[in-house]
Design a protein. Structure first.
Length: 286
């Protein structure tokens, strides 16, 4: 059994750790509220805009379709991995890295796969492959639509120029503080909505559907990427809050166990001292 000094040092160390994890939990809880409100307000607009453009794109003739909907033989693939810049968030980052790795080794085993890292954890995981075309970790320092739009524009340019035949986004979708859903969304080319071409609508488009699609698709793509990053940002704080809550509970349990061990060791030490005194007194009397 460890001596009393060692147990006291462990109790002090665990208590300090518990204070840190508890503080991190409160910080993440405060940030989560703001991030959750942002993604909750944005998601209906983004989903409806994507649905509208998919529906319009599917009704256009092949020759009049957008350059962003061009279907090519898939030889070069770009996977956009969205993680966080910091750890201590449970399996938040490792789940994304695992999903991207599985896509590379299974779905796109015969294709040339490159990566765009949004978050330091993704960059650290894939930079050793020499396939990371860019590291956009600084986006979390100032997460605005305009800054994300620049990344989306770069992706669109690379697709149009033929640098990549397919671009997919892998991220954590926010459900609640304890649950994040791994999402794998195709960014480019745009996927037409199945069955939309046969839908009878009585809309009057002004200007033409072609002009509407041409002007709104870039905005829709930028919004899609912004939503994905916002979803991941909210998921990160939810995952970190949950992880720090569990860590605090574990530290509390360990501290209580150490205190019990300390009290038992201290009681045993006192009992031994009493026995030694009694034994010494008996020896003197004899």
């Amino acid at each position: 059994m460890a001596n009393l000094k060692e147990i006291r040092n462990r109790i002090s160390s665990v208590s300090s750790t518990m204070q840190i994890t508890s503080a991190m939990k409160m910080v993440s809880a405060a940030k989560l509220k703001k991030a959750q409100d942002a993604i909750t307000a944005m998601r209906p607009y983004s989903d409806k805009l994507t649905e509208l453009l998919q529906s319009l794109s599917s009704t256009l003739d092949g020759d009049s379709g957008s350059k962003f909907a061009t279907q090519r033989e898939v030889k070069k693939v770009l996977l956009v991995a969205i993680t966080s810049n910091r750890g201590l968030a449970g399996a938040f980052n490792s789940n994304i890295i695992k999903e991207v790795t599985n896509l590379t080794n299974e779905k796109y085993a015969d294709q040339d796969v490159s990566y765009l890292a949004i978050g330091k954890k993704a960059n650290d995981a894939f930079k050793k492959t020499d396939k990371v075309i860019a590291n956009q970790s600084e986006i979390f320092d100032d997460l605005t639509f305009d800054n994300v739009a620049e990344i989306a524009q770069m992706l669109m340019d690379k697709f149009v120029d033929g640098d990549f035949d397919k671009i997919e986004i892998v991220y954590n979708k926010f459900k609640n503080a304890a649950t994040q859903i791994i999402m794998n969304e195709q960014f480019l080319p745009i996927v037409p909505m199945e069955g939309a071409a046969n839908t009878n609508t009585d809309y009057i488009f002004e200007p033409s559907k072609e002009k509407i699609v041409e002007q709104l698709i870039p905005k829709s793509l930028k919004t899609q990427l912004y939503k994905s990053i916002r979803d991941s940002f909210a998921s990160e704080h939810g995952a970190r809050m949950t992880a720090m809550h569990k860590a605090t509970d574990n530290a509390t349990e360990l501290r209580d166990q150490l205190k019990l061990t300390y009290n038992k060791a201290r009681q045993a030490a006192i009992t031994n001292e009493i026995l030694e005194i009694v034994g010494g007194a008996e020896a003197l009397n004899n």
